[in-house]
Design a protein around this ligand. Structure first.
Ligand SMILES: [Zn+2]
Length: 378
């Protein structure tokens, strides 16, 4: 009997089920209700096919589906109403088919609802009023060190300086020996330099100044040389308001025939006036560096007290901005440049120090802390 067999059919085996039902109907009964049963079953089959093909991409179409199939006056409900016309012994098999139709309709409705929901969300995320002002976009600012660096480069580029670069990891030869540092110079000691590894020919280290770039440049290029060496340098120092284990340097090198101390003075005088304003005074104070002879520290009038004396300038009226000097003949010779024919000057300054003087920043650590309240001011 079909009504008992129906329990064992696979969910999708609906064709076979109909065949069994029809077979049983043909041989077991021949009443007017049989015809009604056959009609209803083929109608269910047809509705299931319709439901499976139904497409809905709007809420209106979804509503149409709902009222046509699963609403109170929908096709499923009206078929349930016709249950009473089915012969009593076939009612159970018919009921199973009807429930299956109901299930298909409900599943399809759920699927269509999700599709429509997803489409509505996408369309509602579009701005409704295109004339509204845009949401403010917070732009960052250029880091004060980068600004100072750019300004320094701009000043020196106008008087013919190029830019040179080299690695931050250096060997002892390019960082010290070629620059005329004697073997027992205190800068080589562990407290000043970050050594990376001992090496038979030359120890590896993090460069302590960008002067190593000057050496590499002079080894590769013959005079005239007029270039800036800019970059990060490292020293083994305790971090405080006035010192850091890393900072940035700008060095300059000019090597050619007949370069004298007057050229050095005029170049840095021009630089100080361009960067700090025409009222600034510059002085050269004798000093010592292994790689220059003669050597001089460069001071400018204190920007805070204008030379009257304050605690920043230690009541001297002057602040130091750079070291400088005529390139030592030994350095030129170490790089294969004839020191009888060529002379040159070099200078170096910390970008942090220049920036602190220019903007009157009291703590060096602010540059690396990435505090937006500090950075927004520039
Ligand atoms: Zn002062």
């Amino acid at each position: 009997m079909a009504k008992y067999k129906a329990y064992f059919y696979k969910k999708d085996d609906i064709g076979l089920l109909f065949y069994d039902i029809f077979f049983n109907l043909r041989f077991e009964s021949n009443t007017s209700k049989d015809k009604s049963m056959q009609e209803q079953l083929s109608q269910i089959n047809q509705i299931i096919a319709e439901i499976k093909d139904f497409q809905a991409d709007t809420k209106d179409k979804l509503e149409t589906f709902k009222s046509k199939y699963i609403g109170k006056k929908g096709e499923v409900a009206s078929l349930f109403e016709q249950m009473k016309n089915i012969a009593a012994e076939q009612r159970k098999a018919f009921g199973i088919e009807l429930n299956r139709l109901k299930e298909v309709a409900q599943d399809k409705f759920k699927e269509l609802s999700e599709t429509v929901e997803a489409k509505t969300q996408v369309s509602s995320s579009k701005p409704n009023d295109l004339t509204l002002p845009p949401v403010p976009y917070a732009l960052g600012s250029i880091h004060p060190l980068v600004q100072t660096r750019a300004r320094i480069v701009e000043i020196f580029e106008r008087i013919g300086f190029t830019q040179s670069e080299a690695t931050e990891i250096e060997d002892d030869y390019h960082n010290f020996t070629a620059l005329n540092f004697p073997p027992n110079h205190p800068a080589r000691e562990m407290q000043d330099t970050f050594f990376i590894e001992k090496n038979q020919t030359s120890d590896m280290l993090l460069r302590t100044h960008t002067s190593s770039v000057q050496i590499r440049l002079m080894q590769q290029q013959k005079p005239p040389i007029r270039s800036l060496m800019i970059g990060r340098v490292y020293r083994n120092e305790a971090i405080s308001a006035r010192a850091h284990c890393l900072f940035h340097q700008v060095e300059g090198l000019y090597v050619d025939e007949n370069v004298g101390f007057a050229d050095l003075k005029q170049t840095l005088y021009h630089f100080a006036k361009e960067l700090f304003g025409k009222d600034i005074k510059v002085r050269y104070r004798p000093s010592y560096f292994p790689f220059t002879e003669p050597s001089a520290e460069i001071d400018i009038t204190c920007l805070i007290c204008k030379g009257k004396g304050c605690n920043v300038c230690k009541y001297s009226g002057w602040v130091e901005i750079a070291g400088s000097g005529m390139v030592h003949p030994n350095v030129l010779e170490n790089c294969g440049i004839d020191s009888e024919k060529y002379t040159g000057f070099a200078f170096g300054m910390g970008i942090e120090r220049i920036t602190m003087l220019k903007y009157q920043i009291k703590d060096l650590r602010l540059f690396t802390e990435n505090d937006v309240r500090f950075l927004r001011q520039f």
